[in-house]
Design a protein around this ligand. Sequence first.
Ligand SMILES: [Zn+2]
Length: 497
Amino acid sequence: MNRKKMSKTIMQRDFKSTFDNIGNGRQRPRKHGRWAGLAVVGLGLFGTASLLFTNTDAEATRSTGSSQPVTIPKTATPEIDTALLALEPQTSKRITLSLALPSNSAPAVIPSDAVTTSLSGQSANVETKTNWQTETVRSGDSLARIFSRRHISPQQLDKLMRSGGDNTRILKRIMPGQTLKFAIKDGELQQLVYEIDRLNTLYVQREGEGFAARTITRDLETRITNVSGTISSSLFLAGMDAGLSDNLIMELAGIFGWDVDFALDIRTGDHFTLLYEEKYLDGEKLRDGNILAAEFNNRGKTFRALRYTDANGRSDYYSPNGNSMRKAFIRTPVDFTRISSRFGNRFHPTLKKRKNHHGVDYAAPRGTPIKAAGDGKVVHIGRKGGYGKTVIIQHGGKYSTLYAHMSNYNRKLHRGSRVRQGQTIGYVGSTGRSTGPHLHYEFRINGVHRNPLTVKLPTAAPIQAKYRADFLAKTRVLVSQLDMLTDTIVAANEHTK
Ligand SMILES: [Zn+2]
């Protein structure tokens, strides 16, 4: 792995925006009973036992709980399907419902009686006489051309496009190599199945004088993986050793970035454990999902975060007692990836004892992005004596932060600009009285300088009272899993001493 290249891609990311991007991207199967019969439902129950998988390698442990899909026969009645689908909202993400849809490799799935009966909902005679035909889209094909090859009248195509609405518009963009399946009876199109991509399939069926169309999205299978790592040089290397993607490492850092200064606070022996989702389709991993629970142990102090989604679908991370992980200020006002890469022989900043020094210095390469520690308003942007190029941000009435020795400002900012937490406000430099490129950072409360490394920061609102019982109930299992995983790590560490 090319470490340099990787850290560059990490640096180019804005970790705040990565963190903001934790929306629930999960797609759910549609629940309409009429269509439910389409689904050959596989119910994958996550094996909890596999979560407890332990590994004595304390450096990086990893295990994946995989689901074991139970395939219900294609003749499953709609009632059973509906019951399974109805289960879904109450249960955690560990139950995966998958829809078995047609694919090139298994075309037999679609022209089955399950599809025919459910699409029409009534006619058994259609089922027996339907003639399914498969058409592979050729170069230069349009739906009109394919219809004419299949001897389906242009009027039917017209009707299909008009009555299918938004769903059938995609048929104008069919691509060579894709497959369309037609059910034709007496020259009349009865049904059409179009596999848009691996996840989405369009189903069209005759309904009275027109056609009804629906796009069905397959649900990805979710597996939950746990990973632990101990930091010997940097969070990134430990995360990579544990097999985490750089995205996931950034998310982990984002979750704890209000409590831990990843530039200055990290020490050898710090360790982390996380439980996160991986999204699979047909046994192949497509991407990472969300971090569900995580623990970060920094210099003997343990922080835990649990993901919770409230009834409005809003997801966020909370400590086990329900406090928000978010704070009004992030701990590290500079892109810490640039600093942690110099771990070992890096500059150890201190609150300097010399007179008139009231801040923390972060040594970092010239040009390293500097971030607003919190939401606020720019009250100063410009040169300021020995500070050189300086930005001061006012955060409400009480707090202000100062960033000095910049090489350049974010060109869009001016006095009075509103800035968001994590937004880049400028770049590390060496302007003013400075011996080398670094960020000089000051934190003031009511005009009085405070040590930004130790100051107690205001927190965001805790979990709403009305969600508290639900939060505790839903996160209990995550907490006990973290307990077991971290107990194992502690035991393994002690064993090796
Ligand atoms: Zn300084």
